[in-house]
Design a protein around this ligand. Structure first.
Ligand code: HGY
Ligand code: MN
Ligand code: MN
Length: 423
């Protein structure tokens, strides 16, 4: 497999000097709606726009030409010698959920930029252009659905349905994207097959395997199938002291039953590959001496096997119906998304494996339990992912951490792979 491009970049040093990249990651982390070291960066917030400007500045310094689509997906292009050919893409996201760390997504964006700069410093010239992509709203924080930007790029979320999305202040995508300065028709966001030749995303594992096994990089073969179900429980409110227990219609007590039923179902599928979480529980009116009359639950249900995942969703809906009937309260459900898993491209995985070998990095093929923008890029192009370890598998927390050695290994393998794919 070792072909010309590998030889061309064979003089990639064993340990890349990526201190510039580490500084850039630390600088980006200070652009947050929360007190550093906590990162919170919700799409279309002032922090998100400042972070975009920071990264676009770095891309411009590297001589990349920048284009933004109608919802802010950003494409920074390193022109190849055959610009008429479809480019090779890499990239990830820089938005972050509340109380997050600084590596989730950002390693793929700034690490992707560093991989391009490594190749530039080596005098490598890609035949196919290489495009770094910063996806809008990979996190579901604002609109309740993950991968908004890549979902629309992949044609999975239509402009009509995207326009129905609202944040908790009731503001819609249209208002917020225009306010953020992203114009153009939403129809132009969906990309055709062939717009990208191939796509490879660098990301922290967000799990413990690579660190526990002392392996440098993970080659992702499948991305687990995510789903989210909204559950609204409506009972009767009332005075916490005067309303006696018999005859109460307590929405939160009912919701508690559903949360435990979901946990039991996920634990009971016979495999650890099923996971279910209730990450949001909004209680109305939210007064200590008032019986909850309305509760909104946002549930996140995933599995590497979509049929097994759908079985968990069905069990939750049955529990809703049974609880509603037994307690005499209203429980409505709305399926926000239920996506199939992605199967990563064999040719890219082989190129990643060859690159890891050439870089002297240990590797293993593995599944991604987190979802990523590659899940939707795989709809329009051959796609795969490259993982690096993160300490203790911790992610979506301020103590998320990836060492410069781990990041350097990921950038090294990515640089070699991009050189190969772009040749
Ligand atoms: O939730 C996820 O899997 C991703 O980190 N947004
Ligand atoms: Mn995340
Ligand atoms: Mn991520």
């Amino acid at each position: 497999m070792a072909t010309e491009p590998f030889r061309k970049v064979n003089n990639v040093p064993a340990q890349l000097s990526i201190d510039g990249l580490i500084d850039e990651l630390m600088t980006l982390a200070t652009i947050s709606e929360a007190e550093p070291p906590v990162v919170t960066r919700v799409v279309f917030s002032a922090a998100d726009l400042r972070a975009r400007a920071d990264v676009k500045g770095l891309c411009a310094e590297a001589g990349l030409t920048i284009h933004e689509d109608a919802i802010g997906n950003t494409f920074a292009r390193w022109e190849g010698t055959a610009p008429e050919l479809a480019p090779v893409g890499t990239g990830s996201h820089i938005d972050a959920i509340p109380n997050a760390g600084l590596y989730d997504g950002c390693v793929g964006v700034l690490g992707g930029l560093e991989a391009i700069r490594v190749l530039q410093r080596l005098g490598f010239r890609p035949r196919r252009s290489i495009e770094l992509v910063i996806f809008t709203a990979e996190e579901p924080t604002r609109f309740g659905i993950g991968c908004l930007g890549s979902r629309m790029m992949g044609g999975v979320l239509s402009p009509t349905d995207a326009l129905k999305l609202r944040d908790k202040e009731g503001r819609g995508l249209e208002e917020l994207r225009l306010q953020a300065g992203f114009m153009g028709s939403l129809e132009s966001v969906a990309l055709p097959q062939g717009r990208f030749h191939q796509f490879v995303e660098l990301h922290i594992e967000q799990g413990p395997t690579l660190e526990a096994e002392g392996i440098d990089v993970g080659l992702v073969t499948h991305i687990a199938a995510p789903a989210s179900l909204r559950v609204v429980v409506e009972g009767e409110g009332g005075h916490a002291g005067a309303k006696l227990m018999p005859g109460r219609k307590d929405a939160l007590a009912a919701a508690a039953e559903l949360i435990l039923a979901l946990e039991a179902t996920a634990k009971g599928t016979g495999t650890i590959d099923t996971v279910a979480t209730v990450g949001i529980c909004e209680v109305f009116p939210g007064a200590v001496n008032s019986i909850p009359s309305r509760v909104r639950l946002e549930t996140d249900i995933r599995d590497t096997d979509s049929a097994r995942r759908d079985g968990v969703i069905d069990a939750l809906m049955k529990a809703c119906a049974e609880t509603s009937q037994r307690r005499g309260i209203s429980i409505t459900t709305e399926l926000v998304n239920a996506d199939p898993p992605a199967i990563c491209d064999a040719a890219i995985l082989d190129a990643l494996e060859e690159s890891a070998k050439a870089a002297g990095k240990s590797y293993k093929r593995m599944v991604s339990r987190a979802y990523h923008d590659s899940l939707f890029m795989a709809r329009i192009a051959p796609a795969a992912m490259l993982f690096i370890p993160c300490r203790g598998g911790v992610s979506h927390r301020p103590d998320e951490y990836a060492s410069p050695e781990w990041i350097g290994a990921g950038v090294h393998v990515l640089a070699r792979t991009l050189a190969h794919l772009a040749s």
